[in-house]
Design a protein. Structure first.
Length: 262
């Protein structure tokens, strides 16, 4: 299993490319909100049989694709915002880990396109990812809760997207090291080849095997997580075996360790 750690977690928040991303995302967001709003309004007010089957399908597709594009634009906005964030603007405090794991898991499962609904026996069932959370309810770390939620969500999204197994198995867990609190996300997905490990934290980097337009995203997720860890003075590491799965770990300095460093 390949194990790589990224200690160079600093990102230039004055990067011109980041400023361009911010401008583009905000310019797209308003017209897209109008398109999605009208599509949802028409769908909610249209009576059965009022539109042709073609028109109904077209409207549903417009609404579905509009929502997907909204998620992508929101990710651009989020990346731009976090990239421009200064370390002294990070709102660290003691925060419970398990509620973040639970909340993020629910959101990511509902966004999974492979979610199946089976009703052959007149019962509706959802066959989504099998998620296991291993973390004591009272476990706390010293971090910015909003940023930690974003980081875990990005890792969860990848664990769901880059996984063709049935069922998809994802584990979220916490453990301690000497002066670090570690949050980890493990999956049984496709894994990452060794030659890609050092590149996956670069902005816009997408592995060729998946750069076909079928996997949605900008290639910014891990770069965003890397930036979040930099803001916390932490690190991110990857252990992966191609064809078996991946474990990505986020290491946050313990509160006491930070005080000693200061």
């Amino acid at each position: 299993m390949t194990d790589k750690q990224s200690d160079k977690t600093d990102v230039d928040h004055k990067d011109p490319a980041t400023r361009v991303l911010s401008l583009i995302s905000h310019k797209i967001k308003t017209p897209l909100s109008i398109i999605n709003g009208y599509a949802e309004a028409i769908l909610s007010q249209t009576k059965p049989g009022e539109l042709s089957s073609f028109a109904s399908k077209a409207l549903l597709d417009i609404n579905k694709q509009g929502e997907k594009l909204s998620v992508l634009v929101d990710k651009l906005v989020r990346f731009s915002s976090v990239s421009s964030l200064a370390k002294d603007a990070v709102k660290k405090d003691m925060m419970k880990v398990r509620p973040v794991f639970s909340s993020v898991s629910g959101k990511c499962v509902m966004r999974d396109d492979s979610l199946n609904i089976m009703s052959s026996d007149m019962t509706i069932r959802f066959q989504g990812p099998a998620i296991e959370i291993k973390c004591d309810p009272d476990t706390e770390i010293y971090a910015d809760k909003a940023l930690v939620s974003i980081a875990v969500e990005e890792l969860m999204d990848n664990a769901v997207k880059f996984n063709n197994n049935a069922p998809k198995k994802i584990r979220l867990f916490y453990y301690e090291e000497e002066d670090r609190d570690v949050l980890a996300v493990a999956d049984n997905g496709v894994g990452i080849k060794e030659e890609h490990i050092n590149k996956i934290f670069e902005k816009f980097y997408q592995i060729d095997d998946f750069f076909t337009g079928q996997i949605e995203g900008w290639g910014l997720g891990l770069a965003l997580v890397k930036r979040i860890m930099s803001l916390h003075g932490g690190t991110i590491s990857v252990r992966s075996q191609y064809g078996v799965g991946t474990i990505i770990s986020l290491r946050f300095p313990k509160h006491g360790a930070l005080q000693k460093q200061a």
